[in-house]
Design a protein around this ligand. Structure first.
Ligand SMILES: Cc1ncc(COP(=O)(O)O)c(C=O)c1O
Length: 411
């Protein structure tokens, strides 16, 4: 019988976990370092001086709202994504709501989206005054399945999600949208830096929406978001909507709100953006190690995509909850994105369709498990995750050990 692990903090990153070793859990050490699912402290420590300087520059300047940091970051981010305009907003949710409102959709417009995403995607459609229409996902990419979108008789927009950094099939979705006279707005919250050929995620639709929530590929020190677009008129409307619909001081053309990216977050994000490519490369290396270490092991790994930004690395297997418990016993934190698809969430019941409506999304919710992945993750932790999964799969099969773990590297 394994006792729940006890935690003790020893220094900054030495979270140690004590276990009762038993015959049921061969290979479990008496005392092991805990493996966090995500850890921003190392990234911030590495940037310490630069971050401090940026923050104090803003505080000392007295320019706290829509000043030079936001406008410079907008220019830099537009350049990174390859779009003409970028408009900084308060969060990824703001980016979605405001771009839906800025793109000229008529009241009551139907917007097709995925049921397998964070709640913000569909919630933004309702908040913007439109109607979410769910279509099932593709079983390999877990993004919106164009064949399912094709089956929907009428809609005015498609809001695909580039889930976990994988890009949705934009060429197929754009083709369907063009044939129906519909718009495409991209939810690229989880895909900052992903590419399809020469194009970055977010740059192909009429608008691309990004989140700078701290766990994202480019994460701030708080909330933040961005909309990119090539359409000058959409950009103009977005700038109004983020500041109470004002076209000039105290002239309010439309109802807007306080939805601005603030100067402090922009300053933090400007420090981080030049490091993003390096961080994406490290995420890709970890993903590659997971994929090569787990193939042939009896669980489903994501199909390999060199251009994906790997915001999450998710495996799938029927015994998901048992694997998660097994890893947790070894101090390895994992997470489930998403345990319940949106069409089965109480708040989306009016648009949901009930159990069985989107079987691929439902199956993904039952079987998916996200493994730790972040740029500063030590290689020895990557190996411990692989060891943990292999010990589970071997215990389960008992017949055919799928993998002998080589000596762990030192760091
Ligand atoms: C796919 C997706 N869309 C939208 C959002 C909303 O972003 P934010 O939390 O910055 O509002 C998130 C955030 O997790 C997300 O994952």
């Amino acid at each position: 019988m394994i006792e729940p692990p006890t935690r003790s903090r020893v220094g900054r990153e030495d979270v140690l976990l004590r276990f009762d070793v038993s015959e049921d859990s061969p290979g479990v050490l008496g005392l092991v370092e805990g493996i966090p699912f995500f850890d921003l402290t190392q990234q911030h420590a590495g940037l310490g001086g630069e971050l401090d300087a940026a923050l104090s520059r803003v505080v000392r300047s007295g320019r706290c709202i829509l000043g030079p940091e936001v406008s410079s970051f907008e220019t830099e981010f537009a350049g990174f994504v390859g779009s003409r305009h970028a408009v900084g907003v308060g969060s990824g949710t703001d980016a979605l709501v405001l771009s839906l409102r800025a793109c000229g959709l008529e009241e009551g417009a139907r917007v097709v989206t995925s049921p397998f995403t964070f709640a913000a995607t569909a919630s933004a459609i309702v908040q913007a005054g439109f109607v979410p229409v769910f279509a099932d996902i593709d079983p390999a990419s877990l993004c919106l399945d164009p064949a399912k979108v094709e089956e929907i008789p009428d809609f005015e927009a498609i809001l695909p999600v580039h889930l976990f950094g994988e890009t949705a099939d934009l060429p197929a979705l754009q083709r369907i949208a063009r044939a129906r006279g519909a718009l495409v707005i991209e939810d690229a919250a989880q895909a900052c830096g992903s590419r399809r050929g020469a194009k970055r995620a977010g740059s192909e639709g009429v608008a691309g929406c990004f989140s700078f929530f701290p766990t994202k590929n480019l994460g701030g020190a708080g909330d933040g978001g961005m909309v990119v677009t090539d359409d000058a008129e959409v950009a103009r409307k977005l700038r109004g909507l983020r500041s109470h619909g004002a076209s000039e001081r105290f002239r309010h053309e439309v109802l807007g709100g306080t939805h601005r990216l603030d100067e402090l977050q922009a300053a933090v994000l400007r420090v981080k953006l030049p490091h993003l490519e390096r961080w994406l490369a490290r995420r890709r290396d970890i993903a590659r190690a997971y994929t090569s270490g787990l193939s042939g092991c009896g669980l489903r790994v994501p199909s390999w995509n060199e251009q994906r930004s790997w915001n999450q690395y998710c495996v799938r297997l029927e015994d998901r909850d048992a694997l998660r418990a097994h890893l947790l016993e070894r101090g390895i934190q994992c997470d489930v994105y998403y345990p319940r698809p949106l069409h089965l969430q109480p708040c989306f019941a009016p648009w949901g369709g009930g159990e069985g409506a989107f079987p691929v999304a439902e199956e993904a919710s039952r079987t998916i498990l996200a493994l730790p992945i972040y740029p500063e993750m030590p290689q020895k932790h990557v190996h411990r995750v692989l060891e943990g999964i292999h010990s589970f799969m071997n215990l389960r099969s008992r017949r055919n050990p799928c993998w002998e773990f080589p000596n762990s590297p030192a760091s």
